[in-house]
Ligand binder design. Sequence first.
Ligand SMILES: Cc1cc2nc3c(=O)[nH]c(=O)nc-3n(C[C@H](O)[C@H](O)[C@H](O)COP(=O)(O)O)c2cc1C
Length: 180
Amino acid sequence: MSKSKGKILFQLTGSIACYKACNVVSKLVQEGFDVKTVCSANALKFIGKSTLEGLTHNAVYVDTFEDRSALEHIALTKWLDLAIICPATANIINKLAAGIGDDYISTVFLAFDFSKPYLVAPAMNQNMWAHPATRRSAGILAGWGVKMLGTGTGYQACGDKGAGRLLEPDAIYKEIIKHL
Ligand SMILES: Cc1cc2nc3c(=O)[nH]c(=O)nc-3n(C[C@H](O)[C@H](O)[C@H](O)COP(=O)(O)O)c2cc1C
């Protein structure tokens, strides 16, 4: 078996853009990265665990209290070379900036070793992206060393046009490579 190019913890939250994020996951695996995924409960309303398990050949983490090995969320922070949330909802960005740890993704974030890269790829409606809470939270996260990726501008699923679209999969892949 060939050597892994790197270990990526790929975390998805509840956005329509979850389908685009699957292309990034697939590309990472095809290029030789070892990828483990975490989904918020709401991400699973947009894509199924089977998609991510099939793409990564690894189980999907959702619930910190799941009956697997104890303290797996801590072990994951030690295992990974880079963590990314893609797509990142307005909710998770605001939640992380408030220091809340009430689900898998936010708990891993609180236990994160910031000598390693942590990327956030936002995806949301233009008003959610422009909201003062989201603007402030994005600034807080950047101040803590999180690499806040930009967003694309254009058509949004709700019919609006504006900022907040998830970057295209190739651009996200390049950001991951750049920060490894
Ligand atoms: C159809 C649909 C699409 C949504 N798309 C987004 C989105 O792209 N970005 C976002 O921030 N919230 C979006 N939401 C709202 C989030 O899913 C909602 O805030 C949820 O509580 C986020 O949970 P999570 O961050 O734990 O995944 C969407 C909701 C629905 C019903």
